[in-house]
Design a protein around this ligand. Sequence first.
Ligand code: 3NM
Length: 213
Amino acid sequence: MNFNKDKLLLYGVTDRSWLKGDTLESQVEKAILGGITSIQLREKDLDHDEFLISAKKVKRITDQYKVPFIINDNVEIALEVDADGVHIGQSDEDIIQARKKLGRNKIIGVSAHNVLEAIMAEENGADYIGVGAVFHTNTKSDAGTVSYETLKEICNRVKIPVVAIGGITRKNIMKLSGSGIDGVAVISAIFGEQDITKASQEMHLLVRKELFK
Ligand code: 3NM
């Protein structure tokens, strides 16, 4: 896929623990209406068939709004629903294997926590890197921490787009200003909010204002 880095500006990542009676696809639609520019379906607790059903439902929405649709850590599901790509962690499926299965036209995002991991991911053919956790997060219990200096160094050292993740909120987003990131990936500050559309709208404005001034 000819991946436009502008699509990474505000990257929403789903989390079933925030459903509160809503459906995931409805939450995704609300977030898109507020201004998220990509979505990652992150299903940590579903078996293959349930994951597939969820992916098909969310893809209907992302197709409708033409928002890139990335599957977390599951190349098979990405292929089955013809998603735009996958996001894999350092311990997840190897990037090179993923590329073989997906071909050149799909996006592969990789999590990196230090400069070496970021450089390796780029060399192995990643299309973008997710770097975190840049702030404390309650969403991912095993998230490491990445300092502002490391984030900035990663942005300087790799040519592919860099997205910051972990604990990013409307209150702290400006602390990432000047780091060189291309966007932010967010779970709770969007999907954990009562009004998902408003939260993503405000976040979108802040990302534009604070990151690219
Ligand atoms: N990955 P929230 S931090 C999914 O550091 C994820 O790689 C991270 O959720 C990493 O926006 C994280 O609610 C959780 O903090 C992000």
